[in-house]
Design a protein around this ligand. Structure first.
Ligand code: SF4
Length: 484
């Protein structure tokens, strides 16, 4: 089984100083993108690695200094990671923690990436990659082989782009002193770059630049390679796909609201999502007494909903601040417990009220069902859910933990059936066109695979079609089959 993952990446060149503190802060700002492992690589007398399980901890000044002394160098990369399927035992997590390092006869490369390789099976066999090693190892091995055979970095990266299908926003550190960053030809996962006095950086989200006081210089374009050699930045579009397909789900769920995508704060899109929902479903909104949100990704949308509907906005749900697991990306049996531990409901504020509840998405439905149950227990009179992300009807093959139809509550149910299933009075999804407009991008600039079942890469599209056909024929033969 391939290991699917989604992560935060960082890469930096510091002309006159050490890379490590910038890596640490840049990734601490992106801890939300990966809790299962973190790691850094820096170049001094060769590439040195540090990798550890868990999210990046809060380090004292003294601890950071000690870490910096063990990883000296002005060039470095780092990663925060979570695994979305496959083995999550400690040994496997350690083996696949990033950055991964590949040593060749002439060069060594450390690599950190965010995404998922769709054609992992064929790559694994062509590269002779042992089972249990993740797609980051495959990409690194492919790049190293290409670099040892090809004459230039551009040709080596192009060869990777020609052979790899999937999402991969990547930073690499080569032991000859080159730092590179590239993004798959569709730009599915985020990657931006920034600069400061004598500093050049790459980060999954712009918040990783902000925290280091660096200027945001724009996105790495789809299919583009940027590299730093002897302090100079070079860039080249090594592969043109003719379109982009940025993950639409980043806007609703993954990214921090203060990150910039396409020169727009995610926060702005989320406020608009809420306004759209209030306007689109004004008949239901007008029956409610108050609007509340599920913290924290839906807070900005709740604000927009409140503005557009005129309903009082009650902050009647609060995070238990130091509970950090994300229910969406945890094991099924743990989700309900995690959610009840992390979100507290201010029961007295909702008792007897008709609620407009704003949430970012419904994936499996178990977390939503749990919230609805707790809101009812707290005395809510009616519960109407307004969901910013359109109805998820298909799996994701690009690194988000929803790989089969069987685990998606929305794959074949109507919103009315979903409402019944989870115990709500109504479920109201933002229509796709409203959502797309609020992002500031157009349909053909986004991946909308999980809400349309049309995927931007051929193998994923084919896999989704085959899975759906299998499901449909099982149904026709008398009963729904839930995939494992
Ligand atoms: S299928 Fe959905 S979650 Fe996956 S990359 Fe596309 S938009 Fe994002």
């Amino acid at each position: 089984m391939s290991l699917n993952e989604s992560c935060g990446v960082y890469g930096i060149y510091v002309e006159d100083g050490e890379a490590l503190p910038y890596l640490y802060w840049g990734l601490l700002a992106q801890n939300h993108r990966g809790h299962q492992s973190h790691g850094f690589a820096a170049l001094s007398d060769g590439i040195r690695l540090y990798r550890e399980l868990g999210m990046i901890p809060a380090l004292s000044g003294e601890e950071l200094k000690t870490l910096m002394e063990s990883l000296p160098g002005r060039l470095g990369i780092g990663n925060v990671r979570y695994t979305t399927s496959g083995s999550v035992d400690r040994e496997s997590l350690r083996r696949n923690a990033m950055p991964v390092l590949e040593r060749g006869s002439r060069r060594s490369i450390a690599l950190s990436f965010n995404g998922n390789i769709v054609n992992m099976g064929e790559l694994r066999s062509s590269l002779g990659l042992p089972e249990g090693l993740s797609d980051a190892h495959a990409l690194n091995r492919l790049l190293l082989r290409a670099l040892e055979e090809e004459s230039s970095i551009q040709e080596a990266v192009k060869l990777c782009m020609d052979q790899v299908e999937g999402a991969y926003s990547t930073v690499c550190l080569i032991d000859d002193g080159t730092l590179l960053a590239f993004r798959d030809p569709l730009g599915i996962k985020p990657l931006c770059h920034g600069c400061g006095e004598g500093i050049k950086a790459f980060s999954s989200e712009s918040v990783g630049l902000d925290i280091n006081g660096l200027d945001y210089c724009g996105e790495v374009s789809p299919g583009e390679l940027l590299w730093i050699e002897e302090g100079s930045l070079h860039r080249e579009r090594v592969r043109h796909s003719g379109r982009r397909a940025f993950c639409a789900f980043e806007f609703a769920y993954f990214a921090r609201p203060d990150s910039l995508f396409n020169d727009r704060y995610v926060y702005e899109a989320r406020v608009q999502f809420g306004m759209n929902l209030a306007e689109r479903f004004d008949d239901i909104a007008s029956r409610c007494d108050i609007v509340i949100s599920l913290p924290e990704t839906a807070n900005d949308a709740a604000y927009g909903f409140h503005i557009a509907s005129g309903l009082p906005w009650e902050m009647a749900t609060r995070r238990h601040r130091y509970v950090t697991q994300r229910a969406f990306i945890s094991k099924a049996e743990e989700r309900e417990l995690i959610l009840s531990r992390k979100v507290n409901i201010l029961g007295r504020k909702i008792r007897g009220k008709r609620l407009a509840v704003i949430d970012d998405s419904i994936v499996r439905g178990d977390t939503t069902r749990s919230v609805v149950r707790r809101l009812r227990a707290a005395g809510a009179r009616e519960i109407h859910l307004f969901i910013t992300y359109p109805q998820i009807i298909g799996p994701c093959f690009y690194g988000i933990d929803m790989a089969t139809y069987g685990e998606l509550i929305g794959a074949w149910r109507t919103p009315e059936e979903i409402a019944e299933e989870i115990g709500a009075d109504s479920v109201n999804y933002q229509p796709i066109d409203d959502y797309v407009k609020a992002t500031g991008l157009s349909r053909d600039e986004l991946c909308l695979g999980c809400v349309t079942r049309r995927y931007p890469t051929p193998m994923a599209d084919e896999m989704a079609r085959e899975m759906w056909e299998r499901l449909r024929s099982s149904e026709r033969e008398g009963g729904r089959i839930y995939e494992g």
